[in-house]
Design a binder for this molecule. Structure first.
Ligand SMILES: *Cc1c(COP(=O)(O)O)cnc(C)c1O
Length: 429
């Protein structure tokens, strides 16, 4: 093994340090494998119950009437998430689109949207109209209220209660921290929040942004009272195979509203050809539990490698996990660049190119992004990025197989080591 890694440019010291860390994580990895096992059986059961057949892998063209593969897949999703209904479509272009669709189809002029967990994911700011944008909810006369988490990360129940009024129609709860520093919400904390909101006003629609959270635990927000649970197929549930798409699972009425908004009033879910994506969607959701487990193991491995070398990590090396994102504060621009270039050079695709920081629309500093992925931009595949500003934190996520994420992290560490930006703790050699 040592010689093989040497061929890949990994020095003896880095190999020994990282291998030692990996060996100490066996017990934690076993727990992750148990979760994957439960989720694998849950997915398999839903596929068998709905009699997924060979002809479900075929697609349709044109209007897409009677697309058996598409319609059966939606029942499979509904059974996995234990919901009345599901909309799983190639025509939902990404996670932001799925969330925007869920919001715009279930809110009407005069309604109010409430986020009781602070500022939502960046791209939703324009959907809601927090930042002015064409076609925002705000333009349609839908107002927005927000209650931040308390300093210790807990829910501000008093102010949530005060914020709920007769116009409050929908509450949006983001499970993953995204690119913020607050902790990611566990499903059981989401349960508490939903129960509280419904105790104040029972008919509020509770929507959960489930991006990066699917299959990290054995239950999903839809198991604890969420009326809509929403995510992207180029993240967890696509298993790395879905080339595009998004999903909404939940109450029949909410899904119906979303279907009529996605296509057209009158047409709804009856149209929307699946072309050639059905097989990838099925195979992707089938593989997703173990792919998510690989990504989680990689994130935990990274937190341990970097924390023991003196860098601050969120989540830290021992914390329980509720999404697949790992943040590491690298303290310098050189560190951030070396880390991302290391990840890129470990990729199966585009390993021969080096990423550099660049100006990007929507950001107030330069950003560096590393991704050598089969599906463009797929963040269930190993990828890393970070803004070139204090404290020079890198956010990385994904990895289709654990051996690959492990190698990627070792390579990033080696890249920093070669530049003298990290030291290996002496007691670990
Ligand atoms: C990725 C993400 C989104 C948006 O998804 P895109 O597919 O990038 O549009 C929304 N919310 C959270 C928490 C995410 O992680």
């Amino acid at each position: 093994m040592n010689n093989l890694y040497k061929d890949f440019g990994i020095s003896d010291e880095v190999f020994k340090y990282t291998q030692g860390i990996c060996n100490n994580l066996k017990e934690r990895f076993e727990k992750i494998d148990e979760i994957a096992e439960l989720n694998q059986l849950k997915v398999l059961k839903a596929m068998q119950k709905n009699c997924v057949a060979e002809n479900c892998m075929n697609g349709t063209t044109g209007y897409g009437y009677d697309d058996k593969g598409r319609d059966t897949l939606e029942r499979v999703y509904a059974d996995i998430f234990h919901t009345e209904d599901a909309l799983v479509r190639a025509q939902i272009t990404c996670g932001t689109h799925a969330l925007a669709l869920a919001l715009m189809s279930n809110l009407r002029p005069g309604d109010e949207l409430l986020s009781p967990v602070g500022k939502p994911y960046d791209t939703l700011e324009e959907v809601i109209g927090i930042r002015e944008s064409k076609g925002s909810l705000k333009e349609y006369g839908i107002t927005y209220a927000q209650v931040d988490l308390l300093a210790d990360g807990s829910f501000d129940y008093d102010n949530i209660k005060k914020a709920i009024n007769e116009r409050t129609k929908l509450v949006t709860i983001q499970r993953s921290k995204g690119y913020q520093t607050r902790p990611t919400l566990s499903v059981s904390r989401i349960k508490e929040l939903i129960e509280f909101v419904k105790s104040v006003k029972p008919d509020i629609i509770c929507m959960v942004d489930n991006c990066y959270g699917e299959f990290v635990e054995t239950i999903e927000p839809s198991d604890v009272g969420a009326d809509m649970t929403v995510g992207s197929l180029i993240k967890n549930p696509g298993g790395g195979l879905a080339p595009l798409g998004g999903y909404i699972v939940g109450k029949k009425e909410c899904i119906e509203n979303a279907a009529y908004r996605l296509t057209s009033p009158g047409l709804g879910r009856e149209v929307g050809a699946s072309l050639n994506v059905n097989k990838d969607f099925y195979e992707g959701i089938f593989l997703a539990p173990t792919v998510v487990a690989s990504a989680l193991k990689g994130a935990i491995f990274a937190a341990n490698v970097y924390e023991k070398a003196g860098f601050s990590c969120v989540p830290n090396s021992t914390e329980s996990r509720h999404d697949i994102i790992q943040a590491v504060t690298l303290n310098s621009a050189e560190g951030l660049i070396a880390f991302c270039q290391g990840i890129q050079s470990a990729s199966p695709v585009d390993s021969h190119v080096a990423p550099y920081p660049w100006d990007m629309p929507g950001y107030d500093s330069q950003v560096i992004m590393a991704a050598g992925t089969f599906v463009s931009g797929a963040s269930i595949e190993l990828s890393a990025d970070g803004p070139l500003k204090e404290p020079y934190a890198v956010y990385f996520q994904g990895g289709l197989t654990f051996p690959h994420v492990k190698y990627g992290i070792i390579k990033s560490f080696q890249a920093m080591y070669d530049k003298g930006l990290v030291e290996i703790p002496l007691n670990s050699l």
